[in-house]
Design a binder for this molecule. Structure first.
Ligand code: SF4
Length: 371
């Protein structure tokens, strides 16, 4: 049993030190209740305000392909899902999404897709350069999975500055139960360190309450993140998809996701932490609650409405029928409703903002292998 006083002491220690011994992290997560969650979120908001004021950053999400060469067991667009209605956006369609997004104040475009090798490295580089040329005050984030070091370098040289690659679980045995044999945690981790060395702002993160996950696995995730020191950390609940082997598994809860957002804010005071669509899917006010738990990023969808309903990693995904403008203003209202404000800005990670002010493009340690 964990007493209320013990929980507060753990949260106070995490607030002060930004870390806790493994056993205390486990006890904090397992001992959570509404009182300790409220106290955690209070502390998380202090760190959030110190680093970002009341600002919440917008990212414009462009889901440009739902083809994927992989077969992750939890994913609705896995290659063996024959019911998935596949699509690819052309370069012109992607640029059109950016055009609309720019007019709606987006200053970051996130190009997300399955591992679709129909887009060659040259294609990706050309698309990235075209966006940077046309919208020089905007950042391009890629989220296109595991690639070679050379590919990552080429995308970076073309102008991509950020890369999202959730590790999903940092426990190798757990990883193997969620992925087909050809995928390994080792390669996933190699990709993340490559991206850091090259100089990207890197995003990692995990799925919560995926099948077979234990609290110990989550603690391993937190320890892995502490080692990696990503700039962005995306977490979300597992939500089953009807055409996957995990169709009958129970979904994760908003309650645990929110608690972990609070823990992450104390561990990474300057981190960019999104209130995700998955959180909004399992709780109608999940994204607002996410901001109050310490999140500071929202990612409205800029994909054309005609393809929205086809990029379904899980069942029940929200906002699949709304126009980009509706999503953007809906999100602004949601953010305002909890006392925060959407900021028109690239929303760089603080250490990169400091590097830009010094006149260099990457923070200390990048490209040196010291990260
Ligand atoms: S999780 Fe990503 S890599 Fe895995 S099947 Fe889905 S889109 Fe492909």
């Amino acid at each position: 049993m964990t007493s209320a006083a013990e929980q507060r002491a753990r949260i106070d220690a995490l607030f002060e030190a930004g870390t806790l011994p493994r056993a205390d992290l486990r006890a904090l997560i397992d001992g959570r209740d509404s009182a300790s969650a409220d106290y955690l979120f209070e502390k998380a908001r202090i760190r959030q305000t110190e680093n970002f004021g009341r600002d919440v950053y917008l990212r414009g999400l462009i889901e440009f392909t739902n083809y994927c060469r992989n077969d992750c067991l939890y994913c609705g667009i896995r290659r063996s899902n024959r019911s998935c209605n596949r699509y690819r956006l052309s370069e012109a369609e992607i640029l059109d999404c950016c055009e609309k997004g720019y007019a709606l104040d987006f200053r970051t475009f996130v190009l997300q897709g399955g591992e679709d090798m129909a887009y060659t490295d040259a294609d990706i580089c050309r698309i990235v350069s075209a966006i940077r040329m046309r919208f020089p005050d905007c950042a391009v984030t890629l989220s296109i999975g595991e690639r070679s070091t050379e590919s990552y370098q080429a995308y970076f040289d073309a102008g991509a500055e950020r890369y999202l690659l959730r590790h999903e679980t940092a426990d190798p045995a757990h990883y193997a139960r969620l992925h087909p044999p050809e995928l390994s945690l080792e390669n996933r981790v190699r990709c993340l360190w490559d991206l850091k060395r090259i100089g990207y702002q890197v995003g990692a993160g995990m799925m919560l309450q995926s099948p077979y996950q234990t609290t110990d696995h989550i603690v391993t995730d937190l320890e892995f993140l502490r080692q990696l020191q990503p700039d962005m950390i995306g977490i979300g609940p597992f939500i089953p998809h009807k055409d996957t082997p995990f169709r009958a598994e129970p979904a994760g809860t908003a309650e645990l996701t929110l608690f972990l957002i609070g823990v992450l804010r104390l561990m990474f005071p300057a981190g960019l932490i999104p209130a995700t669509t998955a959180l909004g899917t399992i709780d109608v006010r999940g994204r607002e609650k996410g901001i109050l738990a310490g999140a500071n990023v929202v990612m409205p969808n800029l994909s054309p409405t005609g393809v929205r309903g086809k990029y379904l990693l899980y069942d029940g995904k929200i906002c699949t029928g709304d126009e980009a403008a509706e999503c953007r203003f809906c999100m602004q209202q949601r953010v305002r409703s909890v006392g925060y404000e959407v900021r028109v800005s690239r929303g760089d990670a603080p250490r990169f903002r400091a590097a830009a002010a010094r006149g260099c493009s990457a923070p200390p340690g990048a490209a040196s292998g010291k990260d």
